[in-house]
Design a protein around this ligand. Structure first.
Ligand code: PAF
Length: 302
């Protein structure tokens, strides 16, 4: 069996590890001290299955791995991956699977010719205790090549066969921007308005959502990425409807006084805009407002 390491034993790390565990020899690399080698996945229909995988640290032998999948939050990626680079086999491929965009730019400066792929998943996963994850919903997982030596085709086929509803995308940056547009529109507005995703279908928010997407569209166009603005808006409203009853991840991060991923969502739009000397005032204001909320003590009920 091919040896594979998952960096991060959070909700997505545990879920992906369970999906890969019958095809690969999965190990966890985690700094979490409250995670041991056993975990449980519960489906939406409350069926439970137990899994186990060795837990190692960056100090252990990492030469054995052919693939490392990084499932930590966007703001943890660089710190989690940099200490591993010298210890990994030079042929080991790295796949980043997180919300938002940005860490790939910082990593590419250190990665040399090592193969790097990126991905995004819309599978729902909720950690209900340190070693138990609930698979709250199926959803598309898109993976694709970014840099260096491409992932070998047999590994790629094994990954796609093991992760439900997964596909290889020929232009992963384009796919990631589409996902980022959804998060940029839904996440900060629900966190600021303290509402469920569905409330954003109200006409009051139409102008805000339009402004977020218009600014994003100006930025991607300068990055030579072709996206259709009307199609982005349709997709955003589809997701608002499909997830109407959910609280977004940013709403929950704010409610639980956790750091949000704003720097890698609307903040990434701002960073790319600065590169092109463009103004994106609405996205900039959202970043500022969310950062203020991150600093406030919680006064919410969720
Ligand atoms: O971050 C989230 O919460 C989700 O990606 C999404 C699609 C906005 C639904 O809540």
């Amino acid at each position: 069996m091919t040896k594979l390491a998952i960096v991060g034993a959070g909700a997505i790390g545990q879920l992906i590890a369970s999906q890969l565990s019958s095809t690969f020899d999965v190990h966890f690399i985690t700094r979490r001290t409250n995670f041991n080698s056993l975990w449980q996945v519960e489906t939406a229909s409350q069926q439970r299955q137990q899994y186990s995988a060795p837990v190692i640290t960056a100090a252990d032998d990492l030469q054995q791995f052919e693939l490392v999948i990084v499932c930590v939050k966007a703001y943890q990626v660089v710190d989690a991956v940099l200490p591993l680079l010298d210890k990994l086999n030079p042929h080991c491929h790295i796949l980043l699977l997180h919300n938002g965009m940005g860490p790939h730019l910082a990593l590419m400066a250190h990665i040399g010719e090592r193969g790097l792929s990126l991905g995004t998943t819309s599978q729902g996963a909720l950690l209900t205790s340190p070693q138990r994850v609930t698979h709250t919903g199926l959803g598309l997982t898109q993976l694709g090549h970014l840099h260096g030596k491409p992932l070998n085709s047999s590994l790629k086929q094994q990954l796609l066969a093991a992760i439900p509803q997964s596909q290889w995308h020929p232009d992963i940056i384009n796919a990631l921007w589409q996902k980022l547009a959804i998060n940029a529109a839904i996440n900060p507005l629900t966190a600021l308005e303290q509402c469920k995703n569905g409330q954003l279908a109200a006409s009051t928010y139409k102008q805000h959502i339009d402004q977020i997407v218009t600014e994003l569209h100006q930025v991607v166009t300068r990055d030579n990425i072709v996206l259709d603005k009307a199609a982005l808006l349709t997709r955003i409203y589809d997701v608002i409807q499909l997830t109407a009853n959910n609280y977004s991840s940013m709403y929950q991060d704010i409610a639980h006084q956790r750091r949000t991923e704003i720097d890698y969502i609307n903040g990434y739009i701002v960073t790319r805009a600065q590169q092109h000397h463009l103004d994106v005032p609405f996205n900039f204001a959202l970043v500022t407002q969310i950062k203020k909320l991150e600093k406030k003590p919680a006064n919410r009920n969720n």
